[in-house]
Each structure stands twice: as structure tokens, then as C-alpha cells.
Write a protein that binds this ligand. Structure first.
Ligand code: 5RP
Length: 271
């Protein structure tokens, strides 16, 4: 691996812990103004100090994140379909690597839709992106199973998706937590991060999922809604960080969540 690729990987996966806290804000690329992401800057800014990397599109990056924030960025570079269109899986590449380099990204992310009508197209998009990424030293995050594909959220399907991404040369894979998750991680020779999926009922559910995923071989999270759709997003991300980077147990992380939440409430009450 060349210096540039290694350096960018170290901006995504912290070399000190071997773990990663990524926060995803890219939902608008097919969902439009997703709940609590209606004004991206308002959602993103408070979380920047606690995210190792942020994942988003170039449009939201340029319009809603200050370059001086020094955020590490994994840029979503696939898209072309929407939630109201005929088929979410009909994606292409939306952003050139030239533009990604201009944005000084740490990596680029692309979805694949294994088992869908557009399986071949999206896998070849990924392979082409890896070809370009290798040329310029830019890691590629392969994103598995979104939209309709989520119905197949079991270890057999997710292991298939992750392994295919790895075989095509992706440097990191993003997938979903599932039962028997270690079957997914052990058969994937590159690091895996988990998405959170739709908002879970309690904070403890999110922390337990994070903990279990790490215990079973994930290197971290690339989570969105379970962080910023919470009423206390900073408290949630800090609790997640404590699991990912400090090996906290869910109960310790939950205690941390509660103490930060209480501090926030006291500050609001004193204003
Ligand atoms: C959409 C994505 C999202 O970034 C991903 O689903 C992570 O967000 P969440 O934790 O809200 O599921 O890749 O295609």
C-alpha cells in the first residue's frame, strides 16, 4: 500500500485503536430532506468534534461544512435514483475522483445492490471506482444492502455482499449488524463498519448493537439516524465512541450517555 493510501486509511481507521467512528449524513442523496437532516449544517456541526470521519455527498459538503473544520470526509460518489423512482438499485457514479481529490477526501463510498436487477451494474461501478482509487491512493468504502435489499438482512446474504465487495478490491465494507454477525466478519478479509439502520427504540439498543458488532469483529460504525435522530445526538455519539475506541461495555457507555444528557439539560435550564 502506498503512502497516500495508508495515510488516508489512517484518517478513517484510527491507527491507535484500529477502530473507526464514522457518521453518515448522506441519506438525502436518495431520500431528500430526511427527518432531522432537513438543514444539514445544523445537524452536522455539533457532531464534527466527535466523528473520526463524516460521510456525505459533495453538495452537502460544499454547502454545509466549513473547510476550516478540518473534517475527515468519506464522500458518497454513487447515486442517480430516488425513493419515489422505479428502482433504488439503479445507481451510477455521480462524482469524479478528480472532484473528490479537489475536496481532499479521506475516502469515497459507493453502494452495491447484490441480488437486485442492477447487481452487475453496481458491482462494476465499484470495481471501476477501485481501479481509479488505487491509481490515486484513495480508499473505497463498499456499501452493502440498502433499500429493498435490507429485507435480506441475514448473515448469509450480508456475508455474500461483503465478500464480493472485498474480492472486487474495496478497502472497507459497510454493512448491517445481524444474527451470527461473526460469519460476516470472518469471511470478509477487509475491515467492516456497521450502519445503524432506522432509529431503534432505545439508546441502549444502539449501544448494545455497537458493542456486539465490535465484539464480533467490526472495526467500528458508519451510523446516521440512530445518532442524529436522537434528541441528544452528542451524548449518543460520545457513548458510541467510548465503546468503539475505549472498549466500554454498553452499561458504561449508557451511563456516559445519561451524564452528558443531564449536563446538556442543566445548561439549557440555566440559560
Ligand atoms: C444510505 C447509507 C447510509 O449512510 C447508511 O444507511 C447509514 O445510515 P444509518 O445508520 O442511518 O442507516 O449508506 O445508503
Amino acid at each position: 500500500m502506498d503512502w497516500g493510501m495508508k495515510n488516508r486509511m489512517a484518517r478513517i481507521i484510527n491507527p491507535r485503536t484500529g477502530r473507526a467512528v464514522m457518521v453518515a449524513f448522506d441519506h438525502g442523496y436518495f431520500l431528500g430532506p430526511t427527518q432531522r437532516l432537513e438543514v444539514p449544517r445544523d445537524t452536522i456541526t455539533p457532531l464534527l468534534p466527535y466523528a473520526d470521519t463524516i460521510m456525505l455527498t459533495r453538495g452537502v459538503l460544499r454547502s454545509s461544512v466549513d473547510p476550516e473544520s478540518c473534517a475527515n470526509v468519506v464522500l458518497r460518489v454513487s447515486g442517480g435514483s430516488s425513493i419515489v423512482g422505479p428502482d433504488l438499485s439503479d445507481e451510477g457514479l455521480t462524482t469524479s475522483l478528480r472532484d473528490a481529490i479537489r475536496l481532499n477526501v479521506a475516502g469515497v463510498g459507493i453502494s452495491v445492490f447484490v441480488g437486485s436487477e442492477h447487481e452487475r451494474q453496481t458491482l462494476l461501478n465499484l470495481a471501476e471506482l477501485v481501479n481509479q482509487g488505487e491509481e490515486y491512493g484513495i480508499p473505497v468504502l463498499g456499501i452493502t444492502a440498502v433499500g429493498k435489499e435490507l429485507e435480506k438482512r441475514d448473515s448469509r446474504y450480508l456475508a455474500l455482499c461483503c465478500r464480493i465487495c472485498a474480492e472486487l478490491g474495496t478497502h472497507i465494507v459497510k454493512t448491517y449488524y445481524c444474527e451470527e454477525f461473526e460469519k460476516v466478519t470472518t469471511s470478509c478479509p477487509v475491515p467492516i463498519v456497521i450502519a445503524g439502520g432506522p432509529k431503534l427504540e432505545t439508546e441502549m439498543d444502539v449501544l448494545e448493537m455497537t458493542y456486539n458488532a465490535i465484539q464480533q469483529g467490526a472495526v467500528g460504525v458508519d451510523m446516521g439516524r440512530n445518532i442524529w435522530q436522537n434528541d441528544h445526538p452528542v451524548a449518543v455519539i460520545r457513548a458510541i465512541r467510548s465503546i468503539v475506541h475505549e472498549n466500554n461495555k454498553p452499561k458504561q457507555a449508557h451511563d456516559l450517555f445519561l451524564s452528558i444528557k443531564n449536563e446538556e439539560s442543566k445548561k439549557v435550564a440555566s440559560v
